[in-house]
Write a protein that binds this ligand. Structure first.
Ligand code: C5P
Length: 279
């Protein structure tokens, strides 16, 4: 049996991959199946956590005991994650989030007979993980706490074009993407209301092919998270397979190697490290 070391903890896990509509029938997407995120959700339930699973385009049955919010686009995933994060102890961003989306979405299907096709222009999506780190850093600063997580690097991650612009001293999210009503506006539960400074532990995932430690360490700092699970890609691993191998980078600590094995094993290593940071 597993330890019940997440009993009473509220955990948010994102899983799967976001899709960005080109027209009513087409999208830009990725190959993420959601298996690792679902393994994280299942194991967190088993360890006693209250789990919200934000699932983007996943063809897997709902894990027993988790609250599941199904989303399609990055805008929907962002809204669901930030809303749940407002009262969460832990957020794990295991979803593959589309970095770009079409700048405009056609209301009608693009037809072959329309003549020469128009190019599809894309625009950058907001980095949700960096926003979580930045919000926590700002809320901590407003509350007069010392900065948590891996330093102030998150502020650099939310630069121009990231869609995550925060006004000076403004604990609430006022950013969003110009012309995109879904992403604009405040997020409920944000801004350190009631002394809360956001999730105490923020976990990201990254796929790196080379210089895993150096690239991963830079990403951990840039995004202001506590743990970064760096997947080794390019060896027939990760997408769609039941097994995974990874290095878990720890803010202020030594990396933890997780050998090739079931995605549950990697999930349990993540929860071991999360539980240690919560206690
Ligand atoms: O920068 P990169 O895409 O490698 O970072 C991956 C991590 O950041 C994952 O945890 C992913 O869920 C998260 N991410 C995000 N928003 C984005 C892109 C990635 O939260 N727009």
């Amino acid at each position: 049996g597993r330890p019940r070391d997440l009993a009473g903890r509220k955990v948010v896990v994102s899983a799967g991959g976001t899709r960005e509509a080109i027209d009513p029938v087409r999208y830009i997407g990725n190959r993420s199946t959601g298996l690792q995120g679902y393994a994280l959700a299942r194991t967190a339930v088993a360890r006693g956590a209250e789990v919200t699973l934000v699932a983007a385009n996943v063809a897997l049955p709902d894990p027993a005991g988790a609250r599941v919010v199904r989303v399609e686009s990055t805008a929907e995933l962002r809204a669901a994650v930030l809303e749940a994060a407002g009262s969460a102890d832990v957020v794990v961003m295991a979803a593959a989030v589309a970095d770009f989306r079409p700048a405009t979405r056609r209301d009608e299907k693009i037809k072959k007979t329309d003549g020469e096709p128009d190019p599809i222009y894309v625009t950058k999506n907001p980095d949700i993980l960096a926003e979580l780190g930045e919000r926590r850093r700002q809320a901590a600063a407003v509350a007069g706490h010392s900065v948590v997580g891996s330093g102030d690097g998150a502020s650099r991650g939310a630069g121009p074009g990231s869609g995550a612009e925060l006004g000076p001293g403004d604990g609430a999210l006022t950013g969003g993407i110009p012309g995109d009503g879904v992403l604009a506006g405040e997020v409920p539960g944000s801004g350190g209301v009631g002394g809360r400074v956001g999730p105490r532990v923020i976990v990201g995932f990254a796929a790196e092919t080379h210089d895993v430690l150096a690239n991963g360490r830079a990403k951990l700092e840039r995004k202001g998270c506590d743990l970064l699970v760096v997947n080794k890609v390019g060896e027939g691993l990760a997408f769609g397979t039941p097994d995974n191998a990874a290095t878990v980078l720890v803010a202020g600590g030594d990396p933890v190697e997780v050998p090739l094995g079931p995605k549950e094993d990697l999930a349990d290593t993540v929860w071991d490290l999360v539980a240690a940071r919560l206690s």
